[in-house]
Design a protein around this ligand. Sequence first.
Ligand code: C2E
Ligand code: CA
Ligand code: CA
Length: 584
Amino acid sequence: MGKSLLATLHSLHILVVEDSEDDTQLLLRHLRSSDYEVTAERVETREEMLNALAHQSWDIVFADYTLPHFSGLEAIRLIRGHDPDVPIILISGTIGEERAIEVIKAGAQDYLLKGNIKRLLSAVARELEEAALRREHRKSQERIKFLAYYDQLTGLPNRAYFLEQVAAMLTTEDPAHQHITVLTAELSEYHEINATLGYTAGDALLCRAGERLQQLLPSTALLAILGSGRYAMALAPSNLDYAHLVADKLHSSFNEPFDIADFRVNTGIYLGAAQYPDHGQDAQLLLRRAEAVLKLAHGHATGYAAYSAERDSCKPENIALATDLRNALGTEQLRLYFQPKVDFKTGRLAGVEALVRWEHPQQGLITPDRFVVLAEKSGLIIPLTQWVLDAAVKQHLAWAVHELNLPIAANLSVRNLLDRKLMDQLYALILEHNLPPGALEAEVTESALMEYPQHAIKTLNALRDMGVQIYIDDFGTGYSSLAYLKRLPIDGVKIDKSFVSDVTTNPDSATIVRSTIELAHNLGLQVVAEGVEEQSSFDCLAALGCDKAQGYYISRPLSAQDFELWHSRFISTGRLARHSPEEG
Ligand code: C2E
Ligand code: CA
Ligand code: CA
């Protein structure tokens, strides 16, 4: 009786490296006597063999030890080099133990004696099974590697892979790796798109943006994705000038929108750079520094910033400064300065912004540009803000006694928005002193809001419930979209000083200022212009319908005492002094 039709025939595609056609036929007959449906090719020379390996995949390879044109041992090495998993069975005359070991070392799984191939079928079955296991194992290793080193969504390498590759570049002797730039990029609208269009759209944006970057980068560049709408790139060889050129190209390519599902999505991109060896000796540090400068890039028209040691909060001097700041908080070293805001329509004082100063015992007066970032990084921003709010409330009360009821605005950092305790303390302060609604204002940057939009909005609502008015600070530099503002519980925006300072000379700034005022008014929001330094810009803003002005043209930030002097002169002359006193 023949085999049942239902019995499965295992197809077997074999390569036979063998000069004898008779031996080959013998082998095939033996295999076919079992459940195998065999297809085979016999090759005799090195070239034939390599060709067969290159163009087909084989289930198993049989090789003769003694070949007329090249050695069986070489054949095994070549096959193994080509495919790490395919089973190789050597078929030979007696070769002795030593050679047998050599053969196995070269990568063969087994060897059978010619004329005695009784073991053939069991060897083939076993080797096929083991090869399948080896392949599966290798696949899962690769999968594990992929999971560990690649981003599942975009398929791009991740941070770990990026760092390993850059570290490897830094240790090679390759002259191309003597100068490497690490670039980082951040999509300006990523968080907003997630918040407004949903995560599917955000995910699609990450993929499309990654593709766009990949297309524009030089082919030797390494691109990775970092999360939160950020990417990292390594350019080698590259100096900062070259990196700047690349960054410009990438930046302007984001003028083109992305088509995502049914939406046409616009997003800008910010880029930061750090250069090996000047800005760091290892991959971690370079990436950290290139990420740190992204914040600065937000404020630049070119959307690009390179690392600079002076601004770095991780410098030893700055670490020492953070320690000093921790100590300063309990002492009298912090001061609150006040900068007036004037109402364009009435010409009256409309409030003050509280700006913190630090009288360092050795270094003298330090401006917040230097220590607020440090405070944010070290967590000291919580007690610092607490101090500012306390001092602001005290000052408000002190002035109120003299019939000067001035709203005081305090700046809040992103950490403050996540801090429930601070909100509770503020509420207690407001209740304790029975502060009327509007006595306190909060200034919050858009980037702070976008970092944790859900939490931030909750906090803003809580603040408003306490009667605190809310302004978006540095408006226009961050994730500027007035459409998004509509959904935020806010009272107004402060147009960033970079647009205000050249509103009379730069048509782009003028357009931004004009449209911000128009749209904000349509949404029922107040508009404050900060950084008003000259009469011409003051007049221009007044003509555009801006609500309030703040800046050196009116006055620099002043100590409480100097502010009182300024104020009495302001009241008595009824107008702005052309030359306001310097802050002292
Ligand atoms: P900001 O909130 O944008 O504050 C305005 C900054 O612009 C102030 O710098 C002010 O002195 C400066 N400024 C005012 N008028 C003009 C002008 O006409 N021209 C120019 N070029 N600049 C003007 P300052 O006081 O050095 O503060 C810098 C930043 O530090 C502030 O920027 C704010 O982000 C932060 N900051 C200040 N005090 C605090 C605080 O108590 N808490 C927090 N979290 N941040 C603060
Ligand atoms: Ca501010
Ligand atoms: Ca500002």
